[in-house]
Design a protein around this ligand. Sequence first.
Ligand code: ADP
Ligand code: SF4
Length: 720
Amino acid sequence: MARDPKYDVLFEPVQVGPKTLRNRFWQVPHCNGAGSERPGMQAEFRAMKAEGGWSAVFTEACTITPDSDVMPLVGAKLWDDGDVRNLSLMTERIHDHGALAGVEMCAAGGMAANSESRAPGRVVSQIPHEFNYMANGRALDREEIRRLRREHVAGALRARAAGFDLLTLFVGLGAFPIYFLYPFYNKRTDEYGGSFENRIRFTREVLEDIREAIDDCGIGCRFVIDTLDEPYGYGEQGIRYDGEGVQFIAALDHLVDYWDLNIGTLNWGEDAGSSRFFAMNHEAQYTRIAKTVTTKPCVNVGRFTDPDVMVEAITSGQCDIIGAARPSIADPFLPSKIEEGRPDDIRECIACNVCVSRWEMGGPPIWCTQNPTSGEEYRRGWHPERFTTAANAQNDVLVVGAGPAGLECAMVLGKRGMRRVHVVDEQPEPGGHLNWLTRLPGLGTWSRVTQYRRTQIDNLKNVQFVPRTRLSASDVLDYGAEIVIVATGAEWARDGMNGAMHARIDGADASLSHVCTPEQIALESKAHGERVVVVDHDGYHMGATMAELLAGRGASVTLVTHFDSMGPYMRYTLEEQRQYQRLVELGVRIVTQTLVTAVTPAQASIVHVWSGEEGTVECDTVVLVTQRVSRSELYEELRADAGAVEEAGIAAVHLIGDAWQPGMVAQATFSGHRLAREIDTDDPATPLPFIRERRLLNATEQDYVLGSPALAHGLDVLAT
Ligand code: ADP
Ligand code: SF4
């Protein structure tokens, strides 16, 4: 299909200094857990976006000096020529697909605790940093500033040697230029402190130095144009878009080829805003001012997934280039899909920030709720848009349960050419638990998980969704499929069983009128009283979501958790601060490090985890957010009767998603995808080994390919 002419503007080339972008799609810097230590993952992850049509593809923040070490967080590095060697694989693979490779250069200053390098820290003014424990350093003198400038040039030269076309100087989130720029950090009294001219001096000098050394790369800044109000930003101690933000651009415009703009501080949930709190293109109110003073192309971000919004951003004069991190993770082929006239195939980011959370946790490789192939391009060889025909494609498959796991599995099996795939659900609509979850406050955007898969399945002739059909074990045996996949999900425990006590909560029984599970509240509208206790042992968002929902309906809510903060995983998804504020505004009382040990129709008994102090909270209703329990009875029944399964001509019965392991939606989609990818292996239930990028003694390149002897685990020997 040809692209809709209304999107033509998105595919115009743009000149950035000596380099030409083939279109207006730019993957802005974002982390993925690969750094320079996993060069294969880094290269193939970024190359996928180049293949998918992005014209510029960047690294995450790439540190250029050993005293910028933010371990355990994993980022790209260009500290030495070894890093040049590793990152040059990324640039080579991006170039293979006709895109430009970009690097976001960063010397981290005060935020780096240098745990691995043990390097002596350097700062602009000697004050402990707000980000890391005991991160501090020596306030640079003039000679040391000159050395830091030289180190920036050396870093830029290494980047060029690695094959990068676009060299971005990071002016945000923990890089030296902002320590000079923001009064919050800069307390100097010499020519680098005080006036605006003095505070931008370092950035000006570094840009001049780099330009003098390099004339064949695009050189620009990723610039935070507004550091926002307190408590999310630095207030008057930072910079504001209509003050020093726009002045900075005007003052340094002649030294850059492009501006990549965003907002926020180290509390970067205001920039990578989750859909719970932010709409698409939410940064425009700050960033659009840049175009009033610059003659250079401007990149904007704001989780753009809708091509109409992108066109509006360009034609209204807001920006010249559509920047994206999360939309490019959820769908590396977003530009190609617009270009090929099939925007309905875009796998839109839901802005859940699970991708961010993996990095914030300190190292695990990226996960994406919408795109299970993200991070798996190299180590498992998965391509988000390409599927091989299964060796056992002549089989019919029955998938029981149309939640995220079942839908993903059915969709991929369809794309792998299975003869017939039926995905059957007792509910009238596909989506599983997302059908009620997405009706909760702030979670509507998550319905895109179902929407995308539904659209794909509707277009696959060999896949059919069968609604309103509850299947028993004997129904499954009679169905006529050769492969059965059970994706029957999970439900919240009705008895308060939880991992903190490894026991039930006394008196907790959701068949009673004063005890509820989240499903009962959302799905059955089970009545609750005026005074509600929400017990959270889950630690992600459900406890806070229930508290918000019920307090919003006027209940007086106490949230009790054994964790030391409300929904601690929300810290990793960058949602904690706003959610906390929202609950406090709704009058929710938050009680941490505390267990609920018993409930009655009149009260909850509590005990402090460490002091042992006991107490009670008077309440009419208790909501149990304690743990989810797999709904795997159907699978157990089928497993227990292997004879009947064989007699029915069923070659295999598999269990996936929450029915195997209750978890995040990202785990459910991954689980369904993984099984479908490997449905034709000897033992599809056991994941194939993946390439592990570790140092191997006496290694050859053959050790880093799928199926290499280094990945053998000997289980096949045990089986014989
Ligand atoms: P997951 O997150 O693993 O995809 P969900 O709980 O979201 O799991 O979805 C499971 C779906 O399976 C739900 O829609 C549920 O109604 C459906 N389901 C569970 N048991 C059966 C059954 N025996 N027959 C048909 N559908 C079922
Ligand atoms: Fe978007 Fe969530 Fe995927 Fe991140 S994990 S890219 S926020 S869908």
